[in-house]
Design a protein around this ligand. Structure first.
Ligand SMILES: [Fe+2]
Ligand SMILES: [Fe+2]
Length: 252
């Protein structure tokens, strides 16, 4: 099974050039499973932090642009099963509804309705009521893919914390940190590994200066309990964003 995990697009703060590279790599990889969501929409309007007044009125536009983006992922991987994983940003909707219980029963405000997941052909495990950390995609006892809930200071440290949270019993792919980072450990059951899977959003958000974030994409292949993971960082070559994967250069 081949899995592609483009994570943390944060529409409307996505980086289209990073997405373009990721889309082209996914097109060549031809995955069986493509993960969607995982902080795909920022849900900026529902943030509890101070908001830029120019941005707050574009909630529907933000969702519409994410849906357009999903069509691009479908076009890049037409055969793939697309699986939605809720991130903490999509979980802002649940928190907002719990703060406004009078709106909670509205079908139109369920996460799957708001994002049109069925119409987009994206599968989801519930209607958004559970905590984002409970959303995961597993491949037997070999791999779990989830948005992740840990942010440690340095690259790879959050991956290690996620592995410790599973007591080194299964390999893990996570988003959330907006960084790449990998760790491997030999156990009595074999090698387990955990990977932070970069981000596809812009690298200069309005709430923090020059964060240590990296753009890229992670691909995984599981075959009879054996796991191979490829972490592909993107970099800037003067004004061009680029990546090298399996001997091919991708530019945007
Ligand atoms: Fe994120
Ligand atoms: Fe996150």
């Amino acid at each position: 099974m081949k899995i592609a995990f483009p994570t943390d697009e944060h529409f409307p703060f996505q980086d289209e050039r990073a997405r373009s590279i990721a889309l082209n790599i996914v097109r060549d990889f031809n995955p069986d499973v493509l993960i969607s969501g995982s902080d795909g929409v920022d849900f900026y309007a529902l943030s509890k932090f101070s908001k830029n007044p120019k941005r707050i009125s574009s909630f529907q536009e933000d969702i519409n642009s994410w849906k357009e983006g999903q069509k691009e992922w479908k076009d890049a991987a037409p055969e793939a099963t697309r699986v939605f994983l809720k991130g903490n940003h999509e979980d802002r909707l649940r928190k907002w509804l719990w703060d406004h219980p009078e709106a909670h029963s509205l079908e139109a405000l369920k996460l799957s309705s708001l994002l049109d997941l069925e119409k987009l052909g994206i599968s989801f495990s519930d209607d958004g009521e559970s905590d984002w950390c409970d959303w995961e995609f597993t491949v037997g006892g070999t791999l779990v893919v989830r948005h992740g809930g840990v942010v440690r200071k340095a690259s790879g440290m959050s991956a290690r914390a996620e592995l410790e949270s599973e007591r080194y019993s299964i390999s893990i792919l996570t988003g959330h940190t907006h960084r790449g980072g990998s760790i491997y450990a030999r156990t009595r059951k074999g090698v387990v590994q955990a990977h932070e899977c970069f981000c596809l959003c812009g690298l200069e958000p309005e709430y923090v200066r020059h964060p240590d974030w990296q753009q890229g994409i992670v691909l995984a292949e599981v075959h009879e309990g054996s796991l191979t993971v490829e972490s592909i960082p993107f970099s800037n070559l003067r004004a061009i964003k680029h990546a090298i994967w399996r001997g091919k250069e991708y530019r945007s």
